[in-house]
Design a protein around this ligand. Structure first.
Ligand code: SF4
Ligand code: SF4
Ligand code: FES
Length: 234
């Protein structure tokens, strides 16, 4: 079977193109000759840069996905959303935050407009439920909100679909920063290592590495020890 027999129609920027079946949206557009200068990052479903909206055939449903992960299907009409507008919200996470719930409401007043529609959950390519982490944040359940949003890619698709005009991923970022810095108990090995770095313990070693030959660096790299999250070496 030659390549022409496997071509399927897709619609991009209002125009029909025939592209090989079996490609992702991203590779199909590149096959057509489009060059990504933005709206593309890791190509592995990890960075959230390639948010895409699409419909298929006669289906009314509006789908959301990542261009680097979503396969083209016949009759797909799509547009990539390289950037979702969200307010630049500056804040510091420090001990001055005595009432995080009040800070949350001041920084993200739209959070009170969540109507519980669940459109965000249907849009998320990570199968997260912003509706749930937003609710947890509103209840001051910081660990739950941080856990529920941990896999967020910051792609913005939930915000693009949000009925209440929230920017859920910005809320999630605040929650995780607050939780990680001021709530979660830090592992002692991490505290110890941080203090060692601040004391300059590793400066001589780094200076020595800077003058080490590539061959010796490779040998040292292969012989290095690993440290798992419990602080045990193996
Ligand atoms: S929670 Fe929102 S920004 Fe995060 S991955 Fe899901 S859709 Fe993207
Ligand atoms: S889409 Fe917006 S309004 Fe609807 S549940 Fe999600 S966060 Fe709330
Ligand atoms: S390019 Fe990074 S998620 Fe698609």
């Amino acid at each position: 079977m030659n390549v022409e027999e496997k071509l399927i129609p897709i619609y991009y920027l209002g125009q029909r193109y025939d592209v090989p079946a079996g490609l992702t949206i991203m590779t199909a557009l590149e096959w057509l000759g489009y060059v990504y200068t933005h709206g593309c990052g890791c190509r592995g479903g990890a960075c959230g840069a390639c948010s895409t909206m699409y419909r298929v055939g006669g289906d009314y449903k509006l789908h959301a996905g990542l261009a680097c992960q979503t396969m083209v299907v016949p009759g797909m009409t799509l547009v990539q959303i390289p950037y979702y507008p969200r307010p630049v919200t500056k804040y510091s996470i420090d001990e001055k935050i005595t009432d995080p719930s009040q800070v949350l409401l001041r920084l993200f007043p739209a959070i009170q407009k969540c109507v519980g529609c669940g459109a965000c959950a249907r849009a998320c390519p990570q199968n997260l439920r912003p509706i749930d982490y937003v609710a947890a944040a509103l209840r001051g359940q910081w660990q739950a909100a941080a856990d529920l949003s941990f896999d967020c890619l910051m792609c913005g698709l939930c915000a693009a679909r949000c009925t209440g005009e929230l920017v859920p991923h910005s809320i999630a970022m605040f929650v995780r920063r607050y939780y990680a810095k001021l709530v979660r108990i830090k592992p002692q090995y991490l505290v110890d290592r941080s203090n060692e770095i601040k004391s300059g313990k590793f400066v001589p070693g780094v200076k020595q590495l800077a003058t080490t030959s590539l061959e010796e660096l490779r040998r040292l790299y292969d012989a290095r020890s690993f440290e798992n999250v419990d602080g045990n070496k193996h």
